[in-house]
Design a protein. Structure first.
Length: 187
């Protein structure tokens, strides 16, 4: 099942979950391939908008972004309005200029914690990138290089605590596995 057109067709049949929007979450451990998968799925969905939770998290609040998400994104989308949020610049350690997110028929939200308890009622579908934490984190460390080693040390502890308190995987509608060529998903 590595043809994303079949998954895209399935997602298009879902009922709207956040006002007129079908909000599709892509969750998993840091380094599991969420961003790459979400980009490919968005293309298959006709360039569906993608919200990256890295734009809402900050150094000081890695997982404390639920209120910002509700106020700036899911609240407006649920009313059929354009969302407006200020993305966090991880290098400058400050919020950047605002971006907009249209209430498209399908909107992807990707990032660690996208399937958290507080967000699940607004989701039409939750996809979990099925790669173990240790393997995901090793991929992320390789990708980011030794300069971010201290950040990763803090991140892995914070992520483990987050998923211990608020696991997403048990609530996933489908598990996504990366293959040498493409993806497979199990519903």
């Amino acid at each position: 099942m590595n043809d994303l057109s079949r998954l895209a067709a399935r997602l298009r049949t879902l009922a709207p979950s956040c006002g007129p929007v079908r909000l599709i979450a892509v969750d998993g451990h840091a380094g599991s391939g969420k961003s790459t998968f979400a980009a490919r799925l968005a293309t298959e969905l006709g360039d569906a908008p993608v919200l990256h939770l890295d734009d809402l998290a900050t150094h000081e609040a890695l997982f404390d972004w639920t209120d910002r998400l509700r106020e700036q994104v899911t609240g407006p989308l649920s009313r059929g309005e354009r969302a407006r949020y200020a993305p966090y610049d991880w290098t400058a350690r400050a919020f950047g200029p605002p971006r907009t997110l249209e209430p498209a028929p399908l909107v992807l939200i990707e990032g660690v914690g996208a399937g958290r308890r507080a967000l699940r009622p607004a989701l039409a579908h939750l996809l979990w990138m099925d790669l173990p934490a240790a393997e995901s984190w090793e991929r992320g460390r390789r990708r980011d290089g030794p300069a971010l080693s201290a950040f990763w040390d803090g991140w892995t502890a914070a992520e483990a605590a987050h998923f211990s308190a608020d696991p997403s995987r048990p609530w996933a509608d489908a598990l996504v596995r990366q293959l040498p060529v493409g993806y497979e998903w199990l519903e």
